[in-house]
Design a protein around this ligand. Structure first.
Ligand code: SAH
Length: 448
């Protein structure tokens, strides 16, 4: 096969992989071309040739798609965005089609609504995670190249808040000046592993979390001096993560300055957010996502509603304003502390929260005679556990609202529920992650 190495070929791109690479065909093989769009003809250089497929590098787009646009960000190598060169309207159509195709493959014929997009799909994220590694000029912060742990140095990013660049530069200057050791993955040594930044869109508050390998973080007072004057800096924390592997945050955080949480607001509700708690990363779209969720729940004020995988209680408290009683369930204890605190902060007394796995807590509640009229689930990518789905069937709520960040597991779980007495009534994608292939979907099921 080595004679093909470096061979240049012309390909028609017939589709995209779930990683966003263009797919071409050549001599009976699938050829994966990062940067090529479905519908284009490209010149590519083959490498990594295997019996059934090959990787290729894009050399030239010979016939560009009408919807091809220039990349909006100077960092084209980082791998964070998969479809930045596809016009935004076309991205939204692609996401709608993607959900439709994944549902159809499971025999679900529901019509998928057009994906709800952003007016201004840039600088939308409220959370940034910068890896810290040794670079050519010393300690460097950035993102990993696609499918690798090679760092692409980056202080600013086209989907992050404009102030992130300045915060990252200040931390880098401090770290270089005081000889802070960057993390070395091979040796599992060094001091600083990651920098996490979180921002409250409505409050303007910032949280900075320096993730270290061990307890030691020298020159903290110099760090705080370097950060002084940054507008909105509310919380500076150290998080200690001694474990090997890809997990970013460790279990324990230590407050270096200010408050242990930052605040944000959605649709008039206030939320305090801890470093370990999940919070939707696109605050301008989160209001839309929750409004749709609430609308599809169709509450009259008389219902008991379960909000499973509830995080800090964002959906729970939106529901609580329109329901009799809301029960939230979430795995992360710190998030449940936030949820209880947030209920009190918003003077909502009809929401209660339980720590634990939804697939364990819900069967236990049901065994005690607690049942729901409406259930909202918002699981992580792996979807709902079979034990939870079985309990929901037994409980037989009239309406289920499924908020999903993974169309594949959504389709799997919807196929199960529609085979057991539920009808799929509405499927609404919402674009929470412009320029990436991620798609968020809200589905409504009713008992037949
Ligand atoms: N609904 C919330 C959070 C959704 S993210 C919001 O919109 O902000 C999914 C949440 O599920 C995370 O907070 C995660 O910690 C939690 N989680 C993961 N596995 C879980 C499980 N088995 N049971 C309950 N919660 C779980």
């Amino acid at each position: 096969m080595t004679e093909y190495r470096q061979q240049q070929v012309e390909l028609d791109i017939i589709g995209l992989t779930d990683k966003g690479d263009g797919i071409g065909q050549w001599q009976g093989r699938k050829i994966f071309v990062p940067g090529a769009l479905a519908g284009e003809r490209v010149a590519a250089r083959l490498h990594g040739i295997k019996p059934g497929y090959a990787q290729a590098e894009l050399i030239e787009v010979l016939q560009p798609l009408a919807e091809r646009v220039p990349h909006f960000c100077p960092h084209t190598e980082c791998g964070g965005c998969q479809i930045p060169v596809l016009a935004y309207e076309a991205q939204l159509r692609l996401k709608q089609q993607q959900v439709q195709a994944v549902l159809a493959a499971r025999g679900l014929a529901a019509e998928v609504q057009p994906c709800i997009g952003m007016d201004e799909p840039y600088r939308y994220r409220n959370k940034a995670l910068y890896a810290v590694r040794a670079g050519a000029d010393g300690l460097e912060l950035g993102f990993f190249r696609k499918l690798s742990h090679a760092l692409v140095a980056c202080d600013d990013c086209g989907i992050q808040h404009p102030q992130t660049g300045e915060l990252v530069r200040r931390v880098r200057t401090w770290a270089r000046r005081y000889g802070i050791q960057p993390y070395d993955e091979q040796q599992h040594s060094g001091q600083l592993r990651y920098l996490m930044l979180r921002h409250g869109e409505q409050s303007g508050e910032w949280m900075l979390v320096l993730v270290t390998l061990g307890e030691a973080l020298p020159h903290v007072s110099e760090l705080l001096a370097a950060l002084s004057g940054m507008p909105g800096l509310t919380s500076v924390l150290q998080n200690i993560n001694p474990a090997r592997g890809n997990r970013i945050l460790g279990p324990a955080s230590r407050l270096l300055q200010g408050e242990p949480v930052i605040e944000d607001r959605i649709d008039g509700l206030r939320f305090h957010i801890s470093p370990l708690s999940f919070f939707q990363v696109n605050p301008r779209q989160t209001g839309q996502l929750y409004a749709i969720t609430l609308q599809l729940a169709g509450l009259s004020g008389q219902e008991t509603v379960f909000d499973l995988y509830c995080g800090i209680g964002t959906i729970s408290l939106s529901l609580a304003r329109q329901a009799k009683r809301v029960i939230g369930v979430e795995l992360v204890a710190e998030a449940i502390e936030d949820a209880r605190h947030n209920a009190a902060l918003n003077e909502l007394t009809n929401a209660e929260f339980h720590v634990g796995k939804a697939e364990e807590v819900v069967p236990a509640l049901y065994a005690e005679g607690v049942s729901a009229d409406v259930v909202v689930v918002d699981p992580p990518r792996k979807g709902c556990d079979a034990r939870l789905l079985e309990t929901m069937l037994a409980m037989a709520p009239r309406t289920l609202v499924y908020v999903s960040c993974d169309p594949g597991t959504l389709a799997r779980d919807l196929a199960f529920l529609t085979a057991h007495g539920y009808r799929l009534e509405r499927v609404q994608p919402v674009d929470m992650f412009p320029h990436t292939l991620h798609v968020e979907t809200v589905a409504r099921l009713v008992r037949v």
